[in-house]
Design a protein around this ligand. Structure first.
Ligand SMILES: NC(=O)C1=CN([C@@H]2O[C@H](COP(=O)(O)OP(=O)(O)OC[C@H]3O[C@@H](n4cnc5c(N)ncnc54)[C@H](OP(=O)(O)O)[C@@H]3O)[C@@H](O)[C@H]2O)C=CC1
Ligand SMILES: Nc1nc(=O)c2c([nH]1)NC[C@@H]1CN(c3ccc(C(=O)N[C@@H](CCC(=O)O)C(=O)O)cc3)C=[N+]21
Ligand SMILES: [Mg+2]
Length: 296
């Protein structure tokens, strides 16, 4: 292996440590506790693990965590009611609705019902529009976490070729916006892209957000590239359940100059950025200065 392993877990711990200090100061000087509400609809076991981890880390940072679990059969109207009450609750500064939602619920309608000022996922159309036009927005957590890792390990990204594989609203598209804002030349690839391998081979920065276990191998990577693996795929290897990314770590690490592992890469940064966005939302709501350097 020639590549440096980018330790997202350690970096996320540092970010959460900084957050905890700001939260403590907010409490001490203003008597304010930032609050994050998470809504989970249905019983998806993987989602429950995220919700539990998020709740634990939220409390460890000194913030308040409100968890709402709804039956999978809950109606859109019930969910809209809950969002309405959280929008009106001054103790709640951030609202996250865990995705995907059950098929009978219109996700866009739900996401757009969240007060944009409390939309810590950055999925509301207003925040998407603000980000796309270069205005102050809530920035989606996973792309923001990737950007923080890239800036930290690579420095300035000006003029670099970045290839984002995946065009979802939650990862691929906002990731491309952030890289463009940092002056990369951005290509977005997807399932209809022709000659994906050669597109990826042109990249100084590769962001894999595909949801296909280890689809990207070392043979696709330009020597010296930086590889950010967003994928979280549960697979069975040698009779054991295991978590792998969208990148084959072993082979990619032979050619890349730096690469994130799965687990321990982007995932922990996503949660750290969610908490950072909650603190930012809280400061904006109370007209207080935003702690610098935590969000983009
Ligand atoms: N670490 C973290 O914090 C997070 C991790 N994830 C993980 O990241 C991955 C992506 O998530 P998400 O964006 O929500 O996934 P989606 O399924 O919404 O999007 C996947 C994207 O990959 C594209 N794609 C699928 N197959 C191929 C292929 N063979 N070649 C090229 N492109 C392909 C799709 O193309 P098309 O649009 O044409 O269908 C689509 O744009 C998943 O593994 C998910 O679990 C997600 C969120 C947070
Ligand atoms: N509204 C909404 N916002 C999201 O941001 C969102 C979502 N819905 N739905 C699901 C995806 C997925 N996601 C992850 C977050 C953290 C880890 C994470 O912490 N991973 C750790 C541990 C993984 C483990 O061991 O289980 C790691 O990669 O090291 C993973 C995945 C956020 N998502
Ligand atoms: Mg999706």
């Amino acid at each position: 292996m020639v590549a440096v392993k980018i330790d997202g877990k350690a970096f996320a711990e540092t970010v959460r440590g900084d957050l905890a200090k700001h939260v403590e100061q907010l409490q001490r000087e203003h008597g304010i506790t930032p609050g994050l509400a998470v809504i989970l609809v249905g019983e998806d076991p993987a989602s429950e693990v995220y919700v539990r981890n998020k709740g634990k880390q939220t409390r460890e940072c000194g913030m308040a965590s409100f968890e709402h679990k709804l039956e999978a059969t809950s109606s859109e109207a019930e969910l809209l009611d809950l969002i309405g009450s959280l929008n009106a609750d001054p103790a709640v500064h951030g609202i996250l609705v865990q995705l995907p939602l059950p098929a009978h619920i219109d996700s866009d309608k739900i996401l757009n019902a969240i007060d944009p000022a409390k939309d810590v996922d950055g999925f509301h159309v207003s925040n998407v529009g603000l980000l796309g036009t270069g205005q102050k927005a809530m920035v989606p957590c996973t792309p923001l976490g990737c950007l923080m890792l890239l800036r930290h390990h690579h420095g300035k990204l000006d003029g670099l070729n970045a290839v984002v594989i995946g065009r979802s609203n939650i990862v691929g598209k906002p990731m491309a916006q952030l890289l463009l804002r940092d002056n990369c030349t951005v290509t977005i690839a997807h399932s209809r892209s022709r000659d994906l391998q050669n597109i990826v081979r042109s990249a100084d920065i590769v962001i894999a957000a595909v949801g296909r276990p280890e689809i990207v191998t070392g043979a696709w990577i330009k020597a010296g590239a930086t590889v950010i693996d967003v994928g979280i795929n549960r697979v069975e290897r040698d009779g054991r359940k295991k978590l792998v990314g969208d990148v084959n770590f072993e082979s990619a690490a032979e050619v890349a100059s730096a690469i994130t592992p799965v687990p321990g890469g982007v995932g922990p940064m996503t949660i750290a950025c969610l908490l950072a966005n909650t603190l930012t939302a809280c400061c904006r709501a109370r007209g207080l200065p935003e702690p610098l350097g935590l969000t983009a």
